[in-house]
Design a protein around this ligand. Structure first.
Ligand code: NAI
Length: 699
């Protein structure tokens, strides 16, 4: 049973028990309904308390049932709530810790509510592209008022129980308990005190009005439109709450349900629900069980105080972990520390960091030029120049000085982590921690698992990633790991598009309209076109037959590295970041086309988007086949958290699934005929072909 039933004198207590957060799965719903029946049938019972065992009242829908028939199997949540309302004996919800989504809707269906202080109360459905589907939009405005309710429903953000209890005229909580510990006892006493009250109060019978009516909802609609780009649910939240003020309760409830079901079928909600599950899945590693012993990480050392080293250090300082930065020269240290201070100062100025926190964070940072000072660190992260020779010297030294059991990590973006591990006599302690720039901001952390990396090392860094609030995704060892290996194909494809007739601004606009924060050419100008140039020079030696457009090299030969040189794919006015289409670049591209003998053609935005996105998908299919990524949803997490892939599309793999893999393969076959493409480029990966043939999907 997923709920416990106990009788305390003349009060029955039903405690939902479905760890970790008492999700309202089918078994739990059955158990609640059965508890209510049992209490109503027992003449010795006069009143009922509904609460949650363990760490929550209820976190709402059970994510294990998401999208399965069980989620709506009777008794569904609406039926359980109706059973609460129809109970002939009063039901008191005793709310503590967490009452979210369906959990809060259930409490709103009870006759009375008593809350412990500190409980997080929310209707977070909008974060999954939905509106509350079991009366939340109809009942919450009736107990806290229209505006506070709409704010909660549109934002999905939790509000503390004691804050809600202070709202003037609120009817959400009949009582506040003195403490979480005394909640149950107080709830039982309260239930006893209302045992004979009749008629029993129902939230549905309360009035629901806003004094400004249409004017208020018009204003709310405008506010939401600005915020909710690409997502339909927030505007629907406004409609639903407006219905609560205008329709009869049951009609409002029916309209809410209809909207909920319709939103469930939208690609936007599918994307958000996919990412919700994907994020949790990414932290699991098949052969590293959750109870794998972990090492302690209390002190961290970072080698190299450049672009990445400083940002990496900040992650740990923010989490209260002391960091020692090591460099070759004092000037480099001073420069690195100055950047860290400047970043924190900017946060203080913007009011994002309290001044006393500034001192606390900077106070945790030490610097050194000597390896002697870092030998006791539990984790050392190397962020020196991207050259194997330099990495070799650093790792040999680390092997010599670091204490036994220290984790030795490299932030390399392209080099072979197994080779780096082999520079030490402890390859089991070596791992790749690929942060993204700016490392103190970007959510993604690619955890690169070497052939010999210890399972405890992996378990430790996955837990550490949570502590520093990163989304960690495990990658095997290969050139570019998951993200950069895919982006290389995307960049090659962007180049081919120029060769065939597109302009940088056309390509950027098309993919930005699709939802990317920035197209490949604006991105290149921001990051520096010289980075890709250096990689291509290396590639030219490693894989001389790999075809790519020479336009990017020509651009770099002109010294147009991007914003930092005042010109790149676009022109820039001094000190400004606005990308202005460049005549010179367009002529350069046209000359190059001529030299290739290519007659330019008009390329549609659809073709641009498909070629860029499917180039990611095809490479990802190979990455999956090779076991470099464990699951397609990991690839999606990498692209959403590290590469600005539009959230409402759910990542490249979910997008391909939604287009249909058969259609993806067909498109690739069409692209194979393009004059400038390496025909091999569009050879569908075997995994993609297989799934398409079987009518299956990646996710
Ligand atoms: P950077 O050139 O800004 O900084 C490197 C720093 O390392 C310099 O301050 C240098 O003085 C120091 N250094 C060099 N050799 C050293 C040694 N033997 N001992 C101590 N310090 C030494 O380079 P950046 O961009 O920070 O890159 C560092 C690493 O991070 C590279 O492996 C790079 O591939 C990787 N990476 C870079 C990203 C980026 O966007 N810049 C993104 C992800 C990874």
């Amino acid at each position: 049973m997923s709920a416990e039933y106990k009788v305390h004198g003349d009060v029955a207590v039903i405690a939902m028990n479905n760890p970790p957060v008492n999700g309202l799965g089918h078994a739990t719903r059955i158990a609640i309904a059965a508890g209510i029946d049992q209490a109503n049938a027992d003449p010795a019972v006069k009143a009922i308390v509904l609460t949650g065992a363990g760490r929550a009242f209820s976190g709402g829908a059970d994510i294990k049932e998401f999208g399965t028939p069980k989620a709506i199997q009777e008794p569904n949540l609406l039926s359980v709530i109706l059973a609460c309302e129809n109970s002939s004996k009063p039901i008191v919800a005793a709310v503590h810790s967490v009452a979210m989504g369906g959990g809060l809707e259930l409490a709103l269906g009870c006759h009375y509510r008593i809350a412990a202080p500190g409980a997080s109360i929310a209707l977070p459905e909008v974060k999954l592209g939905l509106i509350p589907g079991a009366g939340g939009t109809q009942r919450l405005p009736r107990v806290v008022g229209v505006e506070p309710a709409l704010n909660m429903i549109v934002s999905g953000e939790p509000v503390k129980s004691e804050m809600l209890a202070k709202l003037p005229g609120q009817k959400l909580f009949d009582r506040m308990a003195a403490s979480p510990e005394s909640l149950l006892e107080e709830a039982i006493a309260f239930a006893r005190s209302v045992a004979d009250a009749r008629p029993l109060p129902l939230v549905r019978n309360l009035p629901c009005r806003h004094p400004l009516g249409d004017a208020y909802f018009g204003f709310a609609r405008n506010m939401v439109k600005g915020m909710a780009k690409n997502f339909p649910a927030p505007a629907k939240c406004v409609d639903a709450v407006e219905s609560a003020t205008k329709k009869k309760f049951d009609d409002g409830l029916a309209a809410e349900r209809e909207t909920f079901m319709a939103l469930m079928l939208t690609p936007e909600s599918r994307a958000l629900r996919h990412l919700f599950v994907a994020e949790r899945a990414a932290s699991k590693i098949a052969d590293v069980p959750e109870d794998t012993p972990q090492r302690k990480i209390e002190r961290v050392a970072v080698i190299g105080a450049g672009t990445m080293g400083g940002g990496i250090a900040m992650n740990f300082l923010n989490a209260g972990v002391p960091v020692i930065l090591l460099e070759m020269k004092q000037e480099a240290l001073d420069r690195g520390v100055a950047v860290i201070r400047k970043n924190y100062e900017a946060q203080v100025k913007k009011g994002k960091l309290k001044p006393e926190k500034y001192d606390e964070r900077v106070g945790l940072l030490k610097t050194t030029l000597s390896y002697d000072d870092i030998k006791d660190a539990d984790l050392v992260i190397e962020a020196v120049f991207e050259e194997m020779g330099v990495k070799q010297k650093v790792f040999e030294k680390l092997d010599e000085v670091m204490k036994k059991g220290a984790i030795l990590a490299s932030n390399t973006s392209t080099l072979d982590v197994n080779r780096i591990a082999a520079f030490t006599k402890r390859p089991e302690d070596v791992i790749g921690l690929h942060f993204f720039s700016p490392a103190n901001v970007m959510k993604l952390l690619e955890v690169v698992r070497g052939g010999k990396t210890g399972k405890d090392v992996l378990a430790t860094v996955m837990a550490m990633a949570k502590k520093i609030r990163k989304t960690a995704v495990v990658s095997g060892v290969c050139d570019g790991f998951i993200g950069n290996r895919m982006i290389e194909q995307y960049s090659r494809q962007a180049g081919f598009l120029l060769d065939e007739g597109a302009t940088p601004q056309q390509v950027d606009k098309a993919i930005e309209k699709f939802g990317f924060a920035m197209g490949p050419f604006r991105m290149g100008d921001l990051a520096g076109n010289d980075i890709g140039w250096a990689i291509r020079k290396r590639r030219a030696q490693e894989r001389p037959n790999m075809l790519y457009s020479k336009t990017a090299d020509k651009l770099c030969e002109l010294g147009r590295f991007g914003q930092k040189t005042g010109a790149g794919w676009y022109d820039y006015k001094e000190g400004k970041r606005d990308a202005i289409p460049s005549r010179l670049v367009e002529d350069m591209i046209a000359d190059h086309r001529k030299s290739l003998g290519v007659e330019p053609r008009k390329i549609s935005d659809d073709e641009i988007v498909q070629r860029l996105v499917f180039s990611l998908v095809n490479e990802a299919a190979r990455i999956l086949e090779e076991g470099i990524a464990a699951r397609a949803s990991d690839v999606d997490m990498v692209y959403i958290t590290g590469y600005g892939f539009p959230i409402h599309r759910g990542g490249p793999m979910l997008y391909a699934d939604q287009v249909g893999l058969f259609n993806v393969v067909q498109a690739m076959k069409r692209f194979q005929k393009n004059p400038r493409d390496d025909a091999k480029f569009w050879e569908p990966a075997p995994l993609l072909l297989k799934l398409a043939a079987e009518g299956k999907t990646f996710n």
